[in-house]
Design a protein. Structure first.
Length: 391
């Protein structure tokens, strides 16, 4: 009974204090329509949206159609958060093609085209450079433990809401950054790998590992033998064949690398000198508490979905969801990469045009410390432009 009570406390400690509203995209539209009819202010609409958890994907096109119901910057911010957080979900059933699933032979043929494309075409791409613009959304920006001696320099861009227990617990816009990236053999090289920024200490996290390698993902999924046709879904104006897959810990090479987390056990250092003055010993010293920060590195199993053009075998979208133990300081890393034709010089190549990364971490380190922990959710949405041939 003690064990179950401890688990309950952990769940309770990690749970939000507000009741989430699970809504479909249509119900989201109805909520916004109702708010508009009630003449709710921007802050009030944003508050409603902060408590929504979508059960379906909110596409960019549908999101743009909701703009008329958004009275200001804060509600607009939250609709972008909902778009990012729902990016890995299937769209509403009404948006899916009514085409029946292909027979087993056709499913295999489409998948074989995808394998061939990933290894012989995409995996052999020339060296490229591009400009990547990344928007960061995050909650709990002030979650660094007071005992760490650190505090966050991040500020809440949304005004505090008196109706909420803690406004910072909700995901909101943090910043936008632009960087030059390199792609080698179809794999994006992470420019943060050599960055010396004290991520974690400044209230943020950084993903240091390179993104998922398409050729490697498909190869590992095929080796595991867990690839199954799932559905048809429109991507770039055409129905794509969607396959689900899973890669177990024996086959995986999926590497994650997060910076940074504090060590829970901190070292207290006391340096002093003792001298006798008039026969009375005296001690002089300086007591300091220091925190060391370390990366979280692991190779983890994962699952996801592959979206394939049935005619060409071109992969138009890749979804990966890393699998972590509940006791790790990283709980979630979900990624979606959208590919589309891009002109590079005189050639047209199918390249990443947008990515979404949804993460959950324990910013204070050991998630079992004191039977209580705080989680931090960070969303990264990136768009790519100015592709050029690299050296």
């Amino acid at each position: 009974m003690k064990r179950f009570g401890w688990i309950f406390l952990l769940v309770l400690a990690a749970s939000p204090v507000w009741a989430a509203k699970n809504l479909t995209v249509q119900q989201l539209r109805e909520l916004l329509q109702s708010d508009k009819q009630a003449n709710k202010a921007d802050e009030a609409v944003a508050t409603d949206l902060k408590q929504v958890v979508l059960t379906e994907q909110l596409s960019r096109a549908v999101m743009n159609g909701l703009a008329e119901f958004l009275p200001g910057a804060h509600s607009t911010e939250q609709i972008y958060v909902l778009e990012a957080r729902s990016a890995l979900l299937p769209p509403p059933a009404a948006e899916l093609p009514a085409t029946p699933a292909p027979d087993a032979a056709t499913q295999t043929a489409i998948l074989n085209k995808a394998v061939d494309y990933a290894t012989k075409t995409y995996g052999q791409l020339p060296a490229l450079t591009a400009t990547r613009t990344t928007i960061r959304f995050q909650d709990n920006v002030e979650a660094a433990a007071a005992s760490s001696g650190m505090h966050s320099g991040a500020t809440d861009s949304a005004a505090s809401d008196p109706n909420l227990v803690n406004a910072s617990q909700f995901v909101h816009y943090i910043n936008s950054t632009e960087s030059k990236i390199q792609i080698q053999g179809g794999v994006e090289q992470n420019p943060l790998a050599k960055d010396k920024t004290q991520w974690g200490a400044n209230g943020y996290i950084a993903l240091i590992a390179n993104g998922p390698a398409l050729a490697s993902v498909i190869s590992e999924a095929q080796a595991t033998g867990k690839i199954t046709f799932l559905r048809w879904e429109p991507v770039n104006g055409k129905a794509a064949a969607v396959y689900s897959f899973a890669v177990d810990k024996k086959k995986t090479h999926y590497a994650v690398n997060y910076c940074c987390f504090p060590d829970v056990d901190q070292a207290g250092m006391l340096s002093y000198s003792s001298r006798s003055q008039g026969g009375a010993p005296q001690a002089h010293g300086n007591l300091q508490t220091t925190t060391s920060w370390h990366n979280y590195k692991a190779t983890v199993p994962y699952h996801g979905e592959i979206f394939v053009d049935p005619d060409t075998g071109i992969v138009v979208r890749l979804v990966t969801q890393a699998e972590f133990k509940n006791t790790e300081v990283v709980h979630q890393e979900d990624q979606r990469i959208d590919f589309a034709p891009v002109t590079v010089g005189s050639k047209t190549l199918v390249l990443p045009v947008k990515t979404v990364v949804n993460t959950e971490v324990v910013p204070n380190g050991d998630s079992q410390a004191a039977g209580k922990f705080t989680t931090r959710h960070t969303l990264f949405t990136s768009e790519y432009k100015d592709y050029q041939a690299g050296s």
